[in-house]
Design a protein around this ligand. Structure first.
Ligand SMILES: [Zn+2]
Ligand SMILES: [Zn+2]
Length: 385
């Protein structure tokens, strides 16, 4: 296996390359944009190219770097990999191996000092400041699978050159096509980089601070529709940290998640396979468990004599619901494995049992939701003054 470990570095030192690059391009945009607009009006073709490259690089990061490589939520053809790695290189967020390495540690050490994105230290640390610390050497245990991919090892080894050359060629190419080199530099490079960077950085900062936690309160990740728009589909972060192997972040079809639609589309045209989806019943069970924790936490704020009956009801109801959901999952798994033509009676029996269990779950969920509202309406003792 080829070694791609970075040379050992002092982990507390400053990453001057990242610091100078990020500060410089922000300043260049701040000066370059007004200067450009004072004497030029951007053409529609320049705006179109900027939008195309913004969307392509964001999709390469979300559908490629994140869901394909960091989490292996689906498989795809080499040609798609090549396109994703090209646009990912253009996105200027480091190599796939470095990105996936840090991201996998983010998931396994979330909300601790080990998290490379500094999640516990607040907005600015997890948004951008973490990048100004020197990278820790790559721990190959986290990226063993990626180190077997020759394309990714090549990209990692030559990342600096590849990133510079691809960006320079794209800016020069679009400058030549539009006849506007200054515009290409300001829009296609500086503005595109600014928008795409902050979009990705919001996932590490705001998506751990601002939103709801329907799937789990065990970690800091949150769901937020506005963030889904800002991060191009990665705003359902509470779901993602709870079910990281799912190729979807917005699990419901209507939740804004362009990488999910792209991966689905790739599957439909035969360019992607093995899309990993968390079973609906497993998701339901997790939702009940998250509600249960929320309710019990809420009841802890009430006097024992008022809360004990509710506590028993919450525990009993959630246990029953979880058991029924597990039974339904077992029956469904069996049903899927039975061949209808070989064993029609068992197939029919399993289908009926699943239907009965599903009705029972639907009925119990209605009762559960009523209980949730009832408990959450109880006034915590602190609020009574
Ligand atoms: Zn996260
Ligand atoms: Zn992730």
């Amino acid at each position: 296996m080829p070694s791609v470990s970075d040379a050992p570095r002092e982990t507390r030192g400053i990453n001057w390359v990242a610091l100078i690059f990020i500060v410089s391009y922000h300043l260049a945009l701040l000066v370059g944009m007004p200067l450009y607009l004072l004497s030029n009006t951007p053409s529609w073709s320049l705006i179109g190219w900027t939008a195309f490259l913004l969307v392509s690089t964001l999709l390469a990061i979300t559908a490629g770097y994140h869901r394909l490589y960091a989490h292996r939520t689906y498989r795809t053809r080499k040609v798609v990999e090549g396109i994703m790695v090209f646009f990912g290189t253009l996105a200027t967020q480091g190599s796939v191996i470095r990105w996936a390495h840090d991201h996998r540690i983010h998931h396994s050490h979330l909300d601790t000092e080990e998290d490379p994105y500094d999640t516990p230290k607040g907005f600015w640390h997890s948004h951008v400041l973490w990048m100004f610390k020197k990278n820790k050497p790559i721990d190959e245990r986290y990226v063993k699978d990626l180190l077997k991919n020759k394309l990714l090892v090549f990209q990692h080894r030559h990342y600096g050159v590849l990133m510079t050359v691809t960006n320079a060629l794209v800016v020069l190419g679009i400058g030549w096509l539009t006849g506007d080199f200054f515009g290409a530099l300001v829009f296609v490079f500086l503005l595109r980089l600014f928008l795409a960077h902050h979009s990705t950085w919001f996932i590490n900062s705001l998506a751990h601070m601002w939103g709801s936690k329907p799937y789990s309160t065990e970690h800091s990740a949150v769901n937020n529709f506005i963030l889904a728009l800002l991060t191009y589909g990665e705003g359902y972060h509470n779901y993602h940290h709870t079910f990281a192997t799912d190729y979807r972040n917005g699990v419901r079809w209507y939740q804004f998640d362009p990488p999910k639609y792209l991966i689905w589309l790739l599957e439909k045209v035969g360019l992607a396979s093995d899309l990993k989806r968390t079973d609906r019943l497993i998701i339901k069970k997790q939702l009940v468990q998250a509600d249960r924790k929320l309710l019990l936490d809420h009841l802890n704020n009430l006097p024992e004599e008022e809360s004990s009956a509710f506590r028993q009801a919450v525990e009993k109801m959630s246990d029953k619901l979880s058991e029924t959901i597990v039974s339904a999952k077992t029956v469904m798994d069996r049903y899927r494995s039975v061949d209808r033509t070989e064993d029609p009676s068992e197939w029919e029996e399993l289908r009926e049992r699943f239907r009965t269990l599903r009705q029972e779950i639907q009925h119990d969920l209605k009762t559960w939701r009523r209980l949730c509202r009832l408990v959450l309406d109880l006034e915590p003792v602190r609020a009574r003054g």
